[in-house]
Design a protein around this ligand. Structure first.
Ligand code: NAD
Ligand code: MG
Length: 396
């Protein structure tokens, strides 16, 4: 049998990173952790290194690196500790790496994810913000390098599974009418609109079906997550925003659907556990055990569907507008959202003010073409500055 595939896990200490390492550990003959990165929970990163014995670990600064290096050496490990964005890009594009799990949250993952793409790796994309920000450039880089891009977001992974293998010929060519992107509706799907302004970060992070990092949990509560996913779907599957319809499906059992011109609708179902799309993308086109239990349809009993309410979820409308505007608009939407969500988690703004900030930033900043990475980063920086300006005027 050939050697195990070497996997770099960017964001190893996060929710997706840990699920990835769980799947890898189930298949030691197929996969091995080559590099692991962490940003804040560094004692957890050390424990992960002791368990998975990677060739490299990446931390944010020199002091953490010295500390981790000493801890690992003391335990007899030869893991080399690298630092910062340069270290992340190095392990993402390392010639010996077979696949990269891009699971850093937010814009911080953009450059390392692009480094993996440019090096032609098999890229398992969880970091949706990277693709939302840099859309056209990202997809051009995939085409240019021959990287294999596999979606980890459960909806996009489901859509990928429901599309024919030659879908890159064009959705119309393969008979697709629409993509139906499912959303749970999050914890506030039925909360009275009068109290939405007073919900806490703890309530927002208590997702009914999925256990995730705090930023994506807040995005799910505001449905900005679905807005980012709409943009993500447009880039991954070369769809127009009008070809992607959002469907609220509270049980999170159907992970998304593809509607064909002959009236067939294909769906992918499963228990809400990210190890399914992770195992799918790691092994594709083969199938491996993910540790997820079999779906029990009798216990689930019923599947419900509703139309999303954009009065309750203005972020969904803002994201659709940004998708339609194109250019720098998605990067600005994402940046304003990152600043707003961080401020909400720090209790500096109300939940409902997340949408107010993004709305103001998108109205204030003009939409520009983004043909280079510098242009993307400039749009990101300008939107962050405009959002900070809002916080200086209205934040607590
Ligand atoms: P998380 O907060 O649990 O983990 C984030 C990881 O990124 C951690 O390892 C953290 O150390 C690292 N990180 C944070 N800031 C960083 C920085 N500035 N530089 C370098 N590393 C940094 O988040 P998560 O829930 O695992 O989500 C990760 C990504 O996957 C996000 O883009 C999210 O949208 C996407 N995603 C997550 C889920 C899920 O179920 N958790 C589902 C679909 C998509
Ligand atoms: Mg998702």
């Amino acid at each position: 049998m050939s050697r195990p595939q070497r996997i770099t896990v960017l964001g190893a200490t996060g929710s997706i990173g840990l699920s990835t390492l769980d799947v890898i550990a189930r298949h030691p003959l197929r996969y091995e952790a080559f590099a692991l990165s962490g940003f804040s929970r560094l004692s957890e990163l050390q424990a992960l290194c002791l368990r998975h014995r990677p060739r490299y670990a990446v931390v944010p600064d020199q002091e953490s690196a010295r500390h981790l290096q000493a801890g690992l050496q003391g335990a007899g490990l030869t893991t080399e500790v690298l630092v910062g964005e340069g270290g992340l890009c190095e392990v993402a594009s390392h010639p010996e790496v077979d696949a990269v799990m891009a699971a850093i949250v937010g814009a911080a993952g953009l450059k390392p994810t692009l480094a993996a793409v440019e090096a032609g790796k098999r890229v398992l994309l969880a970091n949706k913000e990277a693709l939302v920000m840099s859309g056209a450039l990202f997809i051009q880089a995939v085409r240019h390098s021959g990287a294999v891009l596999l979606p980890i977001d459960s909806e996009h992974n489901a859509i990928f599974q429901c599309l024919p293998g030659d879908y890159s010929r064009g959705l119309a060519q393969v008979g697709v009418r629409r993509i139906l992107l499912t959303a749970s509706g999050g914890p506030f799907r039925e909360t009275s609109l009068d109290v939405l302004h007073e919900v806490s970060p703890e309530q927002a992070c208590a997702h009914p079906n999925w256990s995730m990092g705090r930023k994506i949990s807040v995005d799910s509560a505001s449905m900005m997550n679905k807005g980012l996913e709409l943009i993500e779907a447009c880039w991954l599957f070369d769809a127009s925003p009008s070809q992607v319809e959002v469907v609220i499906h509270p049980q999170s059992v159907i992970h998304s659907l593809v509607d064909y011109v002959d009236g067939s609708v294909l769906a992918q179902l499963g228990n809400p556990d990210m190890r399914t799309p992770i195992a799918h993308a790691l092994a594709w086109p083969e199938r491996i055990d993910s540790g997820v239990s079999a779906l029990d349809l009798f216990r689930i009993g019923r599947l419900d569907f509703h139309e999303p309410d954009e009065t309750r979820f203005p972020c969904l409308r803002l994201a659709r507008q940004a998708a339609e505007a194109g250019g720098s608009a998605p990067a600005m939407l994402n940046a304003a959202n990152e600043v707003a969500v961080a401020a909400f988690l720090e209790r500096r703004i109300r939940f409902t003010e997340i949408a107010s900030i993004i709305d103001e930033v998108l109205n204030r900043e003009s939409v520009l073409a983004v043909e280079t990475l510098d242009a993307v980063l400039l749009a990101d920086a300008r939107a962050r500055a405009a959002a900070q300006d809002w916080l200086a005027r209205h934040g607590r």
